[in-house]
Design a protein around this ligand. Structure first.
Ligand SMILES: [Zn+2]
Length: 133
């Protein structure tokens, strides 16, 4: 991008996934967002991301399949966010609950959290929601 000043912009990317950024402009200083980072990310996506994704595929092809499986399990156990993405991506391989199993699972979560009046207290709602997922 073109402008009158030079800024020092950093984006951190690992295996094609963006995870951190810095810039020394005043906008970033105030809001942690700026057009310099946006344009660097745009440039990265247009020009570099494919290269990194391709080299990731090369690395995966080199890994022995058993070693790869063990590594995937290790990563999934340690990171619930990645586990959730994995579950969505490979949902057809996960066992499906039938209707009555599903009902009893939902019912057991409700009975774990409901009070004597059959309501779920506000302070338990976050745990309740995470169990429901
Ligand atoms: Zn900036």
């Amino acid at each position: 991008m073109y402008g009158n000043y030079k800024y020092h912009v950093n984006i951190k990317v690992d295996n094609g996934l963006f995870f951190d950024s810095t810039c020394n402009c005043s906008s970033y200083n105030k809001t942690k967002k700026c057009e310099h980072i946006a344009s660097l990310l745009y440039y990265y996506n247009e020009n570099i991301a494919d290269l990194e994704r391709n080299s990731l595929a090369d690395v995966i092809n080199k890994i022995d399949i058993e070693e790869l499986k063990k590594g995937v399990v290790k990563i999934l156990i340690n990171d619930s966010e990645i586990y959730d993405k994995f579950r969505v991506e490979f949902s057809k391989y996960f066992p499906k609950l039938n209707k009555s199993e599903y009902y009893s699972k939902v019912y057991s979560i409700i009975s774990k959290f409901e009070n004597d009046d059959g309501y779920i207290e506000y302070e338990n709602s976050i745990d309740f929601n995470s169990d429901m997922q």
